[in-house]
Design a protein around this ligand. Structure first.
Ligand SMILES: [Fe+2]
Length: 176
């Protein structure tokens, strides 16, 4: 709701700047809108991609599933995929997100990082399957200075069911 309220305010200011031709303000506001909208989209995905263990969180896709076969073909095993992901996550300096994506051109899985509240939806070839918040607020309250522990533990609550649904029907669509 905060994002929505913020969005209305920014839109009002943007309309005002547009009608007066204030290019500098338009540019500044566009960046702000991109940032807030990106944050809203990324968190919307993040919440859907997590689930408590009693609701299936951490339960890997079935051995014979299309997703597991692709993970094994690309990374050798789910453990290897997670280790690759953790490695990339640890390279995020400051704020950002880590993604498991489906490349719509090469039809392969890939791991990407984005800065701040940027996301992969703007990249034509990428359909997000999983994203992990690498902002300090995601891990510091629970893990303090043990950032690697957050990236290791988060897999216990990854909603693979949702990831698998996205993989079976790769798309840029996000319900926000
Ligand atoms: Fe966050």
């Amino acid at each position: 709701m905060v994002v929505q309220g913020h969005g209305v305010f920014l839109r009002f200011k943007l309309n005002k700047a547009t009608s007066s031709g204030d290019i500098e303000t338009i540019n500044k506001l566009s960046e702000k809108i991109k940032h807030h909208l990106g944050g809203h989209i990324n968190h919307s995905l993040y919440w859907k991609m997590l689930a408590p263990p009693k609701k299936g969180g951490g339960k890997l896709p079935g051995k014979n599933s299309k997703l597991m076969k692709e993970i094994e073909a690309s990374y050798g095993s789910a453990d290897n995929l997670m280790n690759h992901f953790i490695f990339e996550a640890q390279q995020v300096q400051g704020t950002g997100w880590v993604w498991l994506n489906y490349d719509l051109q090469s039809h392969k899985l890939r791991i990407d990082k984005t800065r701040d509240q940027e996301n992969v939806l703007l990249q034509e070839n990428l359909a997000p399957l999983l994203t992990i918040d690498a902002w300090e607020h995601a891990w510091y309250p629970t893990y303090k200075n043990e950032k690697p522990k957050y990236f290791k533990e988060i897999w216990k609550i990854v909603n693979w069911d949702y990831v698998e649904k996205r993989f079976n029907n790769p798309s840029k669509k996000v319900e926000i």
